[in-house]
Design a protein around this ligand. Structure first.
Ligand SMILES: Nc1ncnc2c1ncn2[C@@H]1O[C@H](COP(=O)(O)OP(=O)(O)O)[C@@H](O)[C@H]1O
Ligand SMILES: [Mg+2]
Length: 303
């Protein structure tokens, strides 16, 4: 029983999404406390974790590096401490966009055409022309992502992205709209339509409160017809399963000019502030933020 155990809310982390994670952690901690549960905050600053004595469950909201890439999960597995969300293998697979791409292709999950290029000896051009998107495969929060609209800008963009990683994922540009779909316990939640101020959902558009920029607009449930909604939700669930994700994820999907869904990625530690996208979608399905936190904790303990 959740009410009998001590829950350590793991937040912060050593990566570039530290500030966002601290906000998620604070929100989850308050939600668990509001339910009368025994929850304590743990600010993780490096790649080691010291848990309070008697911790029965770690509620992990460390986004990106260390918390989302499978490393934290491996440590907790070795200690035998239960934690929320995806296990080590599926976390690693979901976090690495190239590994995820292979899993999507093997399971026939619709995803943009792509190619991995090796830039260890300088920029390399993909075999298909612009427009395309250049992605360092193991970063979150749009870090290092370059949208290349014209061939002329390709080489500079690839050289810039290569500062983050020598292997790069090049993906066909999908026109959008941009959507995201939570999947909890194999079930798709209402689709969120994201409208970034300048077309690209980058760091500034994701976290205006961090950068003082104009925020994005969100519509949930998304203004799509029933057939498209079902296709988008089916693609999200298929992506979640293709990666072998346990418990929950938030799957980023774009609609192409053909009105078909294309899966970009699955986030295994999505934002958990009260205004984040997973909580927004859960609210549209009638689930309050504390109820959502409780559901995630309960399913995690069972799986
Ligand atoms: N193939 C694509 N076509 C068009 N835009 C894309 C494409 N891939 C990514 N983007 C844009 O870049 C953002 C970040 O990409 P994503 O793959 O979700 O990585 P992450 O969120 O981990 O940085 C997306 O939310 C979208 O705005
Ligand atoms: Mg994303």
């Amino acid at each position: 029983m959740l009410s009998d155990i001590k829950i350590a809310v793991l937040m912060g982390g050593p990566g570039s999404e530290r500030q966002v994670s601290l906000a998620s952690g604070k929100a989850v901690l308050n939600a668990l406390l509001s339910l009368g549960l025994d929850a304590v905050p743990v600010d993780v600053t490096g790649t080691e974790i010291a848990l309070p004595a008697g911790t029965g469950l770690c509620f992990n909201v460390i986004h990106g590096t260390f918390g989302e890439d499978g490393r934290l999960q491996e440590i907790l597995d070795a200690e035998g401490t239960p934690y929320t969300g995806a296990r080590a293998d599926s976390s690693r697979r979901a976090f690495d966009k190239s590994l995820a791409k292979q899993a999507f292709l093997a399971a026939d999950v619709p995803t943009p055409r792509s190619e991995v290029i090796d830039c260890s000896n300088g920029p390399v051009m993909p075999s298909f022309p612009a427009p395309f998107v250049v992605k360092p495969p193991r970063e979150g929060s749009s870090v290092g992502i370059e949208i290349v609209k014209t061939q002329m800008k390709a080489e500079a963009a690839i050289a810039k992205a290569a500062n983050h990683s020598k292997d790069l994922l090049i993906e066909e540009f999908i026109s959008g709209p941009e959507l995201t779909v939570p999947v909890i316990d194999g079930k798709a939640y209402p689709v969120v339509h994201i409208i970034p101020p300048e077309g690209v959902y980058d760091m500034a558009a994701k976290y205006p409160w961090l950068s003082g920029t104009q925020g994005s607009q969100y519509i949930c449930p998304a203004d799509l017809d029933l057939e498209t909604t079902k296709a988008v939700q089916a693609a999200a669930v298929a992506a979640h399963h293709a990666l072998g994700i346990e418990v929950y994820s938030r799957v980023d999907v774009m609609l192409g000019a053909d009105n078909r869904p294309y899966v970009l990625e699955a986030n295994t530690i999505p934002g958990m502030t009260e205004t984040s996208l997973l909580p927004k979608s859960a609210a549209a399905a009638g689930l309050s933020f504390p109820e959502l936190c409780k559901l995630i904790a309960e399913i995690s303990l069972k799986s």
